[in-house]
Write a protein that binds this ligand. Structure first.
Ligand code: NI
Ligand code: MN
Length: 226
């Protein structure tokens, strides 16, 4: 699968020929200033929760591309008010078959206020199952025992986990999460964007290696095969 990183927790995965964009936050990220938001293509946009650093460019990309947005019910209502109608609302525990594969929404232990102060519903993680590979994006979350359920749902080939600490899991808890998920390959996100979430790359890499895990930290704008 092709994985492209746009900084913070924003990335695209190509699944069965469809481009799935996650948590679009680019124009507010100084580290992603070389990314042209208007060049990003998407067939689907998956939104883990309502915080600004996950939805800042959502309306503009959704309206330009016509991509179908997959998000919590409350974010669907918020989008409707802004004229975005191609939305599939979901909630934790639910799954749905799309043309690229299946999305199952799972628990994320976080909060979810929208930029205008309205309630964003449950924050969510997503398990994507497809004919190619299966992966898990946890969204912003603490380490939670609910992650132990994930291998019962699907064998996960790779996971995308926050590692920046302060607002979410840090590296040590992401290692614990990888063990719970039973997944060897982790793409780290939600780090270095702001002062509160700057990490030491060498220490973090060493921690994952010592624990028998592979941590991938693509450059912003880089596409990797995974
Ligand atoms: Ni958040
Ligand atoms: Mn966040």
């Amino acid at each position: 699968m092709k994985f492209t990183y746009y900084g913070h927790s924003c990335f695209t995965v190509e699944v069965s020929g469809k481009k799935l964009l996650f948590d679009p936050f680019i124009s507010g990220n100084e580290l992603a200033k070389d990314i042209d938001v208007n060049s990003i293509e998407a067939d689907y946009i998956l939104v883990s929760h309502g915080h600004q650093d996950h939805v800042l460019d959502l309306v503009s990309i959704a309206s330009r591309t016509g991509a179908k947005v997959i998000c919590a019910w409350e974010i669907y209502v918020w989008l409707s008010k802004q004229g975005i109608d191609n939305v599939h609302p979901m909630n934790t525990g639910g799954k749905w078959n799309f043309d690229f594969g299946t999305v199952k929404c799972v628990t994320a232990k976080h909060s979810s206020g929208l930029p205008d102060g309205s309630y964003g519903g449950n924050p969510m993680g997503f398990i994507i199952s497809s004919k190619e590979k299966n992966f898990y994006y946890s969204g912003d979350t603490a380490l939670t025992l609910d992650m132990q359920l994930i291998p019962q749902f699907t064998v996960i080939d790779f996971s995308v986990l926050p590692i920046g600490d302060n607002f979410t899991m840090g590296p040590a808890d992401a290692v614990r999460a990888a063990h719970m998920i039973n997944c060897h390959t982790v793409v780290g996100v939600h780090y270095d964007t702001f002062g509160f979430i700057k990490i030491n790359h060498k220490d973090t890499n060493d921690l994952f290696t010592t624990n028998g895990l592979s941590l991938l930290l693509p450059e912003i704008g880089e596409t990797i095969s995974i």
